[in-house]
Design a protein around this ligand. Structure first.
Ligand code: DC
Length: 239
């Protein structure tokens, strides 16, 4: 279907927000929908991960909000189309270094929720994300896209699933990357992350009031793609 839809001919949603907790399938679904529509796919979580990695690499104490915030304001994060075929959906550059896989490390995973709870960090990331969202036909995945980053999105989808199922999906992903971890470890880290993400003061994880919530616990990827695609073509763009 890619390439069949011309810029000026889109009678349906142009800006699509897909939010949800870790392992809800939002990145996979957002990527597929973007491919089908020929839109930009933008996974906003990588920006918080990149800031977290920068802070770790620079030896900054993660509890030091001021220092972590100033890193977020200064750091150069660039997301480019994948040019290496190693399973990546895109390439993430942190101050020109390819950190696409480093930002998935357990160390980053352990601190990213804390970093993304800092209001100054969020402010710096939200400005950049909004700019990209307003300039493109986009499928943007995150936690606060429908509520904060692009509240004017034409379509807002909130994907959810039980924590056990989400942990199972993440555990399978880790295994396929050859990482040594256990299901219990993944489950515990996911529970902690859910808690921090949904109870933070600034832009907590929650569905926008006008979002369509889809529980993917018992759905496979194709079913979710179909469901979201139906929503897309049933939505008229706001501008
Ligand atoms: O989607 P992810 O697992 O790559 O996200 C990593 C972290 O970044 C997650 O703990 C919450 C945070 N995040 C956020 O606060 N807002 C977003 N729009 C995207 C991610």
């Amino acid at each position: 279907m890619r390439g069949y839809i011309l810029e000026e001919e889109k009678p349906f949603a142009k800006r699509i927000a897909i939010d949800g907790p870790a392992g809800s399938g939002k990145s996979t679904i957002a990527k597929r929908i973007a491919e089908i529509l020929g839109y930009l796919y933008f996974d906003t979580g990588v920006m918080y991960r990149a800031v977290t990695l920068a802070a770790i690499d620079q030896g900054v104490d993660i509890n030091n909000e001021e220092e972590v915030t100033s890193i977020a304001q200064l750091v150069n994060i660039d997301i480019q189309p994948a040019r290496i075929e190693d399973g990546r959906a895109f390439t993430v550059l942190l101050d020109h270094e390819d950190v696409t896989w480093k930002i998935r490390s357990p160390e980053v995973e352990a601190f990213v929720s804390q970093v993304s709870a800092y209001s100054g960090v969020r402010q710096a990331m939200t400005i950049r994300q909004r700019e990209i969202g307003l300039r493109n036909n986009v499928v943007m995945a995150g936690r606060d896209i429908g509520t904060v980053v692009l509240p004017e999105a034409d379509l807002k989808v909130y994907l959810d699933a039980s924590v056990e199922e989400r942990a199972r999906r993440r555990y399978q992903e880790s295994l396929s990357r050859g990482e040594e971890t256990s299901y219990e470890e993944v489950l515990n880290s996911m529970r902690t992350r859910d808690y921090v993400d949904s109870t933070r003061d600034h832009a907590p994880l929650r569905a926008a009031e006008d979002a369509t919530v889809i529980d993917t616990t018992y759905m496979d990827i194709e079913e979710v793609v179909r469901k979201v695609f139906e929503l897309v073509i049933g939505t008229v763009p706001k501008s």
